[in-house]
Design a binder for this molecule. Structure first.
Ligand code: URP
Ligand code: ZN
Ligand code: ZN
Length: 469
């Protein structure tokens, strides 16, 4: 199958031009001013943006968490992603305590089997080095395409690791070239604050934020940065939500240390006040780190503009409000932590980032596609529009009006963080490796088209000839 995309405005992290793209099979094979080639299908893209498929490096699909399992499995989560222009994501395998990393990897692969709508890779979240996984086994993962290790510095009594585990994993990463990702919060202090709040009878959703003050995020971010320096590994701080965490990352980056930071769509728009919504509605916004006081939103926009933070992900971790979040109706600490977002990252960042002139179109592509592809060993197969790259392409109509609402979304959850938001600009057609995935608001391709991608290490290119496993 060949496809010719004619006359669109092609936007990558570096380029912005009007041209034609010829896709032969799964890859982009020609780019030119006005290509004179015949193709099985011609897509007229005049007036549209032609973007590289987005890459989301932070999602949780089909994940047991908080006494339940996320409502989106690989099929529904990836369908939501596809409608939002995301054609590749990296999901977290969470090592069950006592289980080997290999067994966990096998489990996660079999959960995804036959359901994949877009391409995907995995990070390995280490929870236990005492029984089950060993450091030696961890060291073998990068050669199997899992080139990032994740550690939770919070969620005490569940998936939190102690500093010894964090540091030992960092040392392995320094040897293997894997990227260390941290959920940075001071889990011990938060655990004390949560217990004390419950003893005082403070049970409502807002106490989720009040027991996780920004300083606990700032402290853990700084601790992880300093330990990564000692170990000599590369560090990526996930879901940065506040000034207290931005500042140590800014210092580290100014010094030229191997430290990168990510924030997520919701932190630009949802503030602490949402948690105070009555009738348990605040529970919809119980994710971690929590929504922060509004003044942090400008800090985050400045940080993504100045490359202190260099990725915007979703941290999609969807639960039903009615039936799952309600597990914590009488105790905020039992509300499963997480929110949906895979479908609306491009809508929201295009509207409030680009159209509201906070970032350029090129920077939007860099934050949502190119940088995540580069840091997570997917570039240049993913994350750009170039000859030889996978033909993962979004034809984006910058004039199409779209109202974000749970009523029409593809995630299985029963609410949307951005309910009722009107945006101008929406994906019109999405290609995955040359196949039409989404067109006319329909999923055209069948589950099973997506592939597992064996990722390269940070700083290494994922060569087109590297065949997916
Ligand atoms: O609340 C969140 N973010 N849930 C998913 C797990 C995590 O911490 O990323
Ligand atoms: Zn986290
Ligand atoms: Zn997460």
């Amino acid at each position: 199958m060949s496809v010719l995309i004619k006359g669109g405005r092609v936007i990558t992290a570096a380029d912005d031009y009007v041209g034609d793209i010829f896709v032969d099979g799964e890859r982009i094979s020609l780019i030119g001013d006005s290509l004179d080639v015949s193709a099985d299908r011609v897509i007229e893209a005049a007036g549209k943006y032609v973007l590289p498929g987005l890459v989301d490096p932070h999602t949780h699909l089909d994940m047991p968490f908080g006494g339940t399992v996320t409502i989106d499995d690989v099929e529904s989560g990836q369908t939501a992603a596809a409608f939002g222009g995301t054609t590749c994501h990296v999901d977290f395998i969470i090592q069950p305590k006592g289980q080997s990393f290999t067994a966990a990897f096998d489990d996660w692969r079999s959960k995804a089997n036959g359901k994949q709508v877009i391409d995907m890779g995995y990070h390995m979240a280490v929870t236990d080095l005492k029984e089950g996984g060993t450091l030696e086994e961890l060291a073998t993962l990068p050669d199997q395409g899992i080139t990032s290790y994740k550690l939770f510095m919070a969620y005490k009594g569940a998936i939190m690791v102690d500093d010894e585990t964090l540091f030992r994993v960092m040392q392995v990463a320094a040897d293997t070239g894997a990227l260390v990702m941290v959920h940075a919060e001071h889990g011990d202090a938060i655990d004390v604050l949560v217990k004390q709040a419950l003893e005082r009878g403070e049970t409502e959703p807002k106490y989720h934020a009040l027991t996780r003050p920004p300083e606990t995020e700032g402290e853990a971010t700084n601790r992880a940065i300093q330990l990564a320096r000692v170990a000599g590994c590369k560090l990526y701080v996930v879901h940065v939500s506040c000034r207290e965490s931005v500042e140590p990352i800014a210092i580290a980056r100014e010094k030229g240390w191997d430290v990168w930071g990510e924030t997520c769509t919701q932190y630009f728009f949802i503030d602490y006040d949402y948690l105070e919504r009555p009738n348990f509605e605040g529970a919809k916004y119980v994710y971690t780190p929590p929504p922060r006081p509004k003044e942090n939103q400008d800090v985050l926009w400045t940080a993504v503009r100045n490359n202190i933070l260099s990725v915007i992900s979703t941290d999609h971790c969807a639960f039903l409000w009615d039936g799952q979040k309600t597990l914590g109706r009488d105790d905020f600490s039992k509300i499963p932590n997480g929110g949906p977002g895979l479908e609306n990252r491009l809508h929201m960042i295009h509207e409030f980032g680009v159209r509201h002139r906070r970032i350029s179109l090129n920077r939007m592509v860099e934050l949502l596609s190119t940088n995540p592809a580069k840091y997570f060993g997917l570039y240049p197969r993913k994350g750009t529009i170039a000859v030889g790259s996978d033909a993962d392409i979004v034809i984006f109509d910058p004039d199409k009006l779209h109202v974000i609402t749970a009523a029409t979304q593809h995630s299985k959850t029963d609410y949307n963080l951005f309910e009722g938001t009107e945006v101008t600009g929406s994906p019109e057609l999405v290609l995955l490796r040359g196949q039409v995935l989404v067109e006319n608001d329909e999923l055209v391709a069948k589950p099973g088209v997506g592939q597992f991608v064996q990722r390269a290490r940070f700083g290494e290119e994922l060569k087109p000839e590297r065949v997916p496993a």
